[in-house]
Ligand binder design. Structure first.
Ligand SMILES: [Ca+2]
Ligand SMILES: [Ca+2]
Ligand SMILES: [Ca+2]
Ligand SMILES: [Ca+2]
Length: 496
């Protein structure tokens, strides 16, 4: 079935020069990687790990917590128990000190997190009940100092590993849905290994590992995790302002990373991806915890055949290989504010890498995190929308630009003359690129409102595939969400 859409009157355009000179902007014009500015906090310690306690009602048996003294001792963050799921007919438990301690920690300038002590039970839907119980007390945790929500896993409730895994996954996904934030798992290696049979199915969630040891690190990690975000290294710590023993944890990374995982989740990209371009609901829905306000690109950064997010915000790239959201794995500077980000496999090695387009100048790099361009040239002008595709099926991605309703595609990085040019769509349509039929050649398409019109053969004036997906205000993304399939579609929508 063919669905014509209005095309411009010019069916065949002469190839035209859209760039006047090669590499008019020298490579050195691309700035070196900017460092990510560290957040300023009065509690920063100069070296070593950033540390903080986690508290519950137990820490009130000796009196109120003096949060100013906690902060003054050099601690950077604190976690406070909010709720504990109680099954059956018992009323759900809320820590009576949660509100006061959460506010007190924030008032002292500490990053603060809230956790739920899980009480797993069957049916698995009780996990959703407990997620709602938790969020009902904590709210969405969008405050500037708020850390990700936490599930404290220490009890099995008698569930076997498969049920406990399903219960945990349900709590996490429900909290993520309710808050727009990616929750974190608190667990000991022993509990994860035995009670959850060391499942690797949840390793895209950040890990708060409980391993009480004087060793220099908590390795090895269970569950397929390759990194930890917080490490509770002792249960018998001492912190000024808190009476008695208290748990203390270390944060993995820099203050900039702490700031990145904290604060408002508002505006962070939420992905809705379907496996078939023309049918089905969202097969993959997740929030990517990159900073708000950026441009989301989907590319195959690790060469495994699956496209995952990269977010470009004013010259900083936040990329991940995870297919279920979570935090960025690699942050680096490339380009600057006002640049238009692109990604593609410029050298045909099977991995996609970044590029930026600045006033018609293209600056492409072949290695993730490399601060200087490998390839530079001019193509298009400052008002064109850059696109990237493998138009000729040779395994390398090359530029295209969309200028109003006209498309200009080129098969090599450098020559300023379009190999293919044609009109497709209306002014205001958003252009997309993909290999919709798995031929090895990319085609094009447009998103108009909620409707998508996709073409397998560039230059063909009628759509091969027509689909309705997403809201008119959603930003389209395209890519392979399953290895081996043709390119499919999805949308990006900022979280609330
Ligand atoms: Ca990949
Ligand atoms: Ca490559
Ligand atoms: Ca190509
Ligand atoms: Ca194709």
């Amino acid at each position: 079935m063919s669905h014509p859409i209005r095309s411009t009157a010019v069916a065949v355009l002469l190839a035209i020069v859209v760039g006047l000179s090669l590499a008019a902007i020298p490579a050195s014009a691309v700035p070196a990687a900017p460092t990510i500015a560290a957040a300023v906090t009065p509690n920063a310690v100069g070296t070593g790990f950033f540390m903080g306690p986690d508290v519950s009602s137990w820490q009130h048996t000796g009196g109120a917590i003096n949060w100013s003294a906690v902060a003054g001792s050099g601690k950077t963050f604190a976690f406070v128990k909010a709720t504990e799921g109680i099954n059956g007919t018992n009323p759900p438990y809320t820590n009576p000190y949660f509100a006061g301690d959460f506010a007190g920690a924030g008032g002292a300038g500490l990053y603060r997190g809230a956790y739920h002590f899980g009480r797993p039970a069957l049916p698995v839907s009780t996990a959703g009940d407990q997620a709602r119980q938790f969020v009902g007390v904590t709210g969405a945790l969008h405050g500037a100092l708020d850390l990700p929500p936490v599930l404290d896993l220490e009890a099995t409730g008698g569930l076997n590993a498969a049920d406990l895994t399903a219960w945990t996954a349900t709590w996490l996904s429900t909290v993520q849905q309710l808050t727009g934030r990616v929750p974190m798992i608190y667990v000991s290696p022993g509990f994860w290994t035995s009670a959850l049979a060391n499942t690797t199915s949840l390793s895209t969630y950040p890990l708060w590992i409980a391993r009480w040891t004087s060793a220099a690190d908590p390795l090895p990690l269970p569950g397929g995790w390759t990194s930890w975000m917080f490490w509770q290294y002792t249960s018998t710590g001492s912190v000024p302002g808190i009476t008695g023993n208290v748990d203390i944890s270390r944060f993995c990374c820099s203050l900039a990373k702490l700031a990145e995982i904290s604060g408002s989740a508002s505006g962070r990209p939420q992905l809705f991806l379907r496996n078939s371009p023309t049918s089905g609901i969202a097969d993959h829905t997740y929030v990517y915890a990159a900073p708000a306000g950026g441009t989301t690109l989907m590319c195959d950064w690790n060469g495994d055949g699956i496209d995952t997010p990269g977010v470009f915000v004013n010259g900083t790239w936040y990329t991940t290989d995870a297919t279920t959201g979570g935090l960025s794995q690699l942050d680096f500077g490339y380009g600057g504010p006002g640049d238009l980000p692109v990604c593609g496999d410029w050298n045909g090695d099977g991995r996609d890498t970044p590029g930026v387009v600045r006033r018609g100048g293209w600056y492409l790099v072949n290695t993730m995190g490399k601060p200087t361009a490998d390839v530079t040239f001019s193509y298009g002008d400052s008002t064109d929308v850059p696109l990237v595709g493998d138009w000729n099926g040779d395994g390398k991605d090359t530029p295209g630009v969309k200028r109003g309703t006209l498309w200009y595609l080129v098969n090599q990085a450098g020559p300023p003359i379009a190999d293919t040019s044609f009109g497709y769509g209306n002014p205001g349509d958003v252009g997309v690129v993909g290999d919709w039929n798995g031929s090895g050649h990319d085609g094009v398409g447009i998103k108009r409102g909620a409707w998508w019109y996709l073409v397998n053969t560039v230059g063909q004036p009628t759509a091969d595939l027509v689909a309705s997906y997403g809201e008119p205000s959603d930003v389209p993304v395209t890519g392979r969400w399953l290895a081996g399939g043709p390119t499919s579609i999805g949308v990006v929508r900022p979280t609330f």
